[in-house]
Structures are given as C-alpha cells and as structure tokens.
Design a protein around this ligand. Sequence first.
Ligand code: ZN
Length: 138
Amino acid sequence: MKSYRKELWFEVPTRRAFINITPQIQRCLNECGIQEGLVLVNAMHITASVFINDDESGLHHDYEVWLEKLAPHAPVDQYRHNVGEDNADAHMKRQIMGREVVVAVTGGKLDFGTWERIFYGEFDGRRKKRVLVKIIGE
Ligand code: ZN
C-alpha cells in the first residue's frame, strides 16, 4: 500500500470564504499516482472546515446567511470564548460545516456524485491556515 501526505496552505483576505479545492486535491492524486484507495482532506484549524457540496454561488450565499443566523459574529461580547479574541462564531460555524471529508479514489479520480465538489470553508481568515491531504491505496 502506498501513502501520501501533503499540506495545502490558504490565506484568505476576508474573514469568511468558501473555496473550491477540488482541482488541488485531484493534483495531489495525480502527483502520488494512487489509482484505487481513499483520500482524506481535513482542516488543521478549529475555525475552518472542509466539506462537500455544490459549486453554486447562490447556495454559498445561503450558507453564509444561515450560518450567520445560527452563530452571528456580532455582538462579539455575547460569547464567553471572546475574552481577548473575537472568533467564537467561527468555532461554531466550523462545527456545523465539519472538519473533514473522505472520498473514494477509483481509476485515479475522485469518485464523486454528479455535483459533489470539495470546499475549504474559512470562518476566521486573514491569516495563514493549513489543510491536510492524506491518500492511501495502490
Ligand atoms: Zn477562538
């Protein structure tokens, strides 16, 4: 069995963003040459997510509105976590959107449903953050 590990770096200029990282994950697959196996992709920070859904801007706007209703950023003093920081809402948004995804690898490709794409969800950006890609298989 082969294994491959890579860290992808992101520095989002805004507090929040959704980035389609599917091409980068496919590039990792091409690089390691694994044809049959599994790929794990996870955010290495507790205020960012990796999730799978549709690459559709209306949906991404709807996520933003929905997450802001569930865990509004402001007023920041509504959260006990915000002593010396202001990112309690980002921790909660990450919890809802998830830490990681696992995708089957078949014939050297991500074995997706029709509209599935992998996203990096940033909830407390404007600094460097990492995503781990681990691929195992043959
Ligand atoms: Zn925090």
